[in-house]
Design a binder for this molecule. Structure first.
Ligand SMILES: Cc1cc2nc3c(=O)[nH]c(=O)nc-3n(C[C@H](O)[C@H](O)[C@H](O)COP(=O)(O)OP(=O)(O)OC[C@H]3O[C@@H](n4cnc5c(N)ncnc54)[C@H](O)[C@@H]3O)c2cc1C
Length: 395
C-alpha cells in the first residue's frame, strides 16, 4: 500500500497540471494512469489544439484565456520549446457577421477588452488568405493572439517536469475502484492490484471519469468527434501567414482547424458538433465512418477549393467529455468528502491548461475563486447558462 496526501487519477492536461500545482503547494502527490503518458487515447494527446479567446458573449472564458495565453508564452520560455505557436486565427462567416452570432459577440467582447483584431471583408479575405472561398466566406476578422498548442507534447514535457519535481508518476496503474470509509473516499485500488491511500483523490479521467464515479453519468457523456488530416498539394498556400488557425462559421458548420503542421505537413480539420453520442471509452470502436468523410469532403469542396484533391492521410475519433451545459466540471464531490473531480472538458478545455493547475488546486483546497463558480457541481436544473458559444448544436 502507498500513502499520499493526494492521488491524482489520470494524467491528461487536467491531471498533470493539477499535480504540479498541488506539489508546489506542499502536498505529497502521486499520479496514476494506465499509460504510457501521454496516453494515446486521451483527449489531450494530439498534434495540435486550438488556442483562442473567442467565446461569444461569455466573457468569463475570455478573461481566463487572457491569463492562460500569457502563461502559454511563459511555458514556451520555461521549456525552451514552441509548445504554443501564436500564428493568429481567422474567424470567418458565411455572409454578414450578425449581432448575436458567435463571431459577432466574440468580436465585440475581445475588441472591448483591447485585443488587436482586424475586421475582414471578402476582398481582404481573398487577398490575405487565398485558400478560402471568399465568395462564400465574406465577413469576419483576424485575431493575432491565438494559435495552437502541441498538446500531446505539452503533456509529455509537463510529466517530465512532474518527475523531476518529485511527484510520483505511476504509468501502468489503472484505477478500478474508489476506497471508502463511510462516505469519505480514502483511496483507490487499481486493476493491477495496487492500493493508494490518500486524504484526497482527484479524479481527472476526462471521458473515462464516469466509469469510476458513476453518478457523473447523469451530468456528462463521452461523445466522439471525427478528426481528419489532409496532405495539401500546395503546402505553401496552407501555411502561415496565408493560412492560420481558423473557424469556418463554426457555430453553424461545426468545422474548425489548423494551418499546415510544421512537422507532419498536414492540415488538420476538426468537427465541433454533436459527434457520435454516448460512447463507452472502454468498449466502443473509435472509427471515423464514411458519413464523417463525406461531410468533411463536402465542407472542403465549398470552403477550400485547393484542398479538394488532397489525400486524407489520417483519421481519428477523439472523445469529448461533454457536460450537459458544456462547461467544465471542477469541484469537490458534495456528498463524498475526500473526492474531487476535475473533468468535463467538453471539447474546449485544452487551451486553459496553463491555468488549470491553479483552478483545480483551489477546488481541492476549497479556496474561493470566482472562476470556479461556472464549473461547480450542479444539476441540469441549475445549469450555468448558455452552452459553449462556438459549438454547432445540430437540430
Ligand atoms: C477531437 C478533439 C478536439 C479538441 N480540440 C480542442 C481544441 O482545439 N482546443 C481546446 O482547447 N480543447 C480541445 N479539445 C478538448 C481538450 O482536448 C480536452 O478538454 C482536454 O484535453 C481534456 O483533458 P483531460 O485531462 O480531462 O482528459 P484526457 O486528456 O482524456 O486525460 C484523461 C486521462 O485519464 C487516464 N485514465 C483513463 N482511465 C483511467 C483509469 N481507470 N485510471 C487512471 N487513469 C485513467 C487516461 O489514460 C488519460 O491520460 C478537443 C478534444 C477532442 C476530443
Amino acid at each position: 500500500m502507498k500513502t499520499y496526501d493526494i492521488v491524482v487519477v489520470g494524467s491528461g492536461i487536467y491531471g498533470i497540471t493539477a499535480a504540479l500545482e498541488l506539489h508546489a503547494r506542499g502536498y505529497q502527490v502521486a499520479v496514476i494512469d494506465p499509460g504510457p503518458i501521454p496516453h494515446p487515447l486521451a483527449a489531450s494527446t494530439d498534434i495540435s489544439k486550438a488556442i483562442r479567446a473567442e467565446y461569444g458573449a461569455d466573457e468569463d472564458y475570455t478573461i481566463m484565456m487572457e491569463e492562460a495565453r500569457l502563461k502559454w508564452l511563459t511555458w514556451n520560455e520555461e521549456f525552451q520549446e514552441t509548445l504554443y505557436t501564436e500564428c493568429g486565427t481567422t474567424m470567418l462567416t458565411r455572409g454578414p457577421m450578425l449581432p448575436g452570432s458567435y463571431e459577432h459577440d466574440s468580436y465585440d467582447v475581445c475588441k472591448r477588452r483591447g485585443h488587436p483584431l482586424e475586421r475582414l471583408n471578402a476582398d481582404e479575405i481573398r487577398r490575405r488568405f487565398p485558400a478560402w472561398n471568399a465568395d462564400l466566406y465574406t465577413d469576419g476578422y483576424f485575431s493575432q493572439r491565438a494559435g495552437w498548442a502541441a498538446s500531446g507534447r505539452v503533456v509529455e514535457v509537463l510529466s517530465h517536469k512532474a518527475q523531476r519535481s518529485g511527484i510520483d508518476l505511476y504509468p501502468g496503474q489503472t484505477a478500478a475502484e474508489l476506497l471508502s470509509d463511510g462516505d469519505r473516499v480514502v483511496g483507490v485500488r487499481t486493476r493491477e492490484g495496487e492500493t493508494f491511500q490518500a486524504n484526497t483523490v482527484l479524479v481527472a479521467m476526462g471521458q473515462w471519469s464516469w466509469l469510476l464515479v458513476p453518478e457523473l453519468k447523469k451530468v456528462m457523456q463521452s461523445n466522439g468527434m471525427p478528426v481528419v488530416h489532409l496532405k495539401p498539394v500546395d503546402p505553401k498556400l496552407f501555411a502561415p501567414p496565408l493560412f492560420v488557425n481558423w473557424a469556418a462559421d463554426v457555430a453553424r458548420t461545426g468545422f474548425y482547424g489548423f494551418p499546415l503542421h510544421p512537422k507532419e505537413g498536414v492540415v488538420k480539420i476538426g468537427y465541433h458538433g454533436a459527434g457520435q453520442r454516448d460512447m463507452n471509452p472502454e468498449k466502443d470502436d473509435r472509427v471515423v465512418n464514411d458519413a464523417d468523410i463525406r461531410r468533411v469532403r463536402a465542407f472542403v469542396a465549398e470552403t477550400f477549393p485547393a484542398l479538394v484533391d488532397a489525400p486524407i492521410v489520417y483519421t481519428r475519433r477523439c472523445l469529448y467529455c461533454d457536460t450537459f451545459d458544456e462547461h467544465f466540471w471542477i469541484d469537490r464531490h458534495p456528498h463524498r468528502p475526500g473526492l474531487v473531480v476535475a473533468a468535463g472538458g467538453s471539447g474546449h478545455g485544452f487551451k486553459f491548461g496553463p491555468i488549470f493547475g491553479d483552478l483545480i488546486a483551489n477546488a481541492v483546497e476549497g479556496k474561493a475563486d470566482w472562476r470556479l463558480h461556472k464549473f461547480r457541481w450542479r444539476s441540469p436544473e441549475e445549469s450555468v447558462g448558455i452552452k459553449e458559444a462556438s459549438r454547432f448544436h445540430e437540430a
